[in-house]
Design a binder for this molecule. Structure first.
Ligand code: GLN
Length: 323
């Protein structure tokens, strides 16, 4: 059976979620990266993008914030584009860690494997794999071009954030060199870490992340620019990676409650992907104890449950854009 949902109902539900959770004061900005601690805590934006290119957004959706760990999805896509699904599995892995994003213990538990490109270890490993190998500028260009294609417009490096992260990324240095020891860094380790740190410091908006999510949902074609970014066979690989570890140690709870694979970042962003239907993104800096945006979680969960969308349900949906 196909359930038809009028677009007007989706817009009303997005507006409701925004109004309902805007006053929420729970959580706190990330404070282990000084720049993030100073981003205004009350910013809040919610955006949704559909495969036909329609975007609906409310609130602070044009504010550029640190993409942080959401970029792990983008660079995993780049590695999938450059090497294919089998090599990513062999060189990095596709397993949930069940542990915090910056866990060193997870590397040791996974038999010297970074586990997944969506935690720090695997993301640094992914940056080391990006081609052209040995060429920091070339690799950086590949990373930024890929994010630009996915988002439909270019991200801007937040210099102050890059400096702030570079000055404080001691744990990530330890992760990088531990991985090097295990043969899981495939290029110069310092270069890989610097690229990872820089990609986390790119500024993006909630609108851009909704479009990137919709590009994944739309089998690799950016619905706004119509650019074919990646082969459609990669969409299930990407959404499976996101659904197993997008919220780190709380991913099971998230997916159980919301029904949508989504990736968070400590900059306050969340990017959700419902294959075939839409990409949805939120931005609100205050985080819970695991580094996931409090208001973003509440808003996306509300939209999913109110409208009945669920990746794991048997129901099929179509959206009536003229209603
Ligand atoms: N740059 C951050 C870090 O490596 C990203 C973490 C995150 O968003 N979860 O710690």
């Amino acid at each position: 059976m196909i359930t038809r949902i009028p677009f007007s109902q989706i817009k009303a539900t997005i507006d409701e979620a925004y109004e309902k959770f805007k006053p929420n004061k729970d959580g706190a900005n990330a404070n282990y990266i000084p720049y993030l601690a100073n981003v205004p805590s009350d910013l809040f934006g919610l955006a949704i993008c559909f495969p036909n290119g329609t975007v609906y957004e409310v609130g602070d959706t044009k504010f550029a914030f640190g993409i942080e760990s959401v970029s792990k999805v983008h660079t995993a896509i780049l590695v999938l584009r450059q090497y294919g699904a089998a090599t990513l599995l062999e060189k990095i892995g596709a397993d949930a860690t069940g542990l915090p994003f910056n866990s060193i213990y997870a590397i040791l538990l996974e038999n010297d494997h970074p586990s997944t490109p969506l935690v720090n270890a695997g993301a640094i490993s992914a940056c080391s794999m990006v081609q052209p190998l040995g060429d920091s500028d070339g690799k950086w260009k590949a990373i930024v071009d890929n994010i630009t294609d996915l988002c439909g417009s270019a991200p801007q490096l937040i210099d102050e954030l890059y400096k702030s992260e570079s000055d404080t990324n001691f744990n990530n240095k330890a992760i990088t060199w531990l991985l090097k020891n295990y043969g899981r860094i495939y290029d110069n380790p310092d270069m890989a870490l610097d690229l990872y740190t820089r990609q986390c410091s790119l500024g993006v908006t909630a609108s851009q992340l909704a479009i990137a999510g919709a590009t994944i949902a739309n089998n690799g074609t950016n619905p706004v620019t119509k650019t074919k970014v990646f082969d459609g066979s990669l969409t299930p690989k990407i959404t499976s990676l996101i659904s197993t570890v997008g919220f780190y140690e709380h991913t099971g709870d998230w997916i159980y409650k919301s029904g949508i694979p989504a990736k968070t970042g400590v900059g306050g962003g969340i990017m959700g992907v419902l294959p075939g239907l839409f990409g949805i993104a939120s931005f609100a800096p205050p985080l819970d104890g695991s580094g996931n945006s409090v208001k973003g979680q509440l808003a996306i969960k509300y939209v999913m449950n109110k409208l009945g969308f669920n990746l794991f349900g048997a129901e099929k949906f179509e959206i009536d854009f003229d209603k």
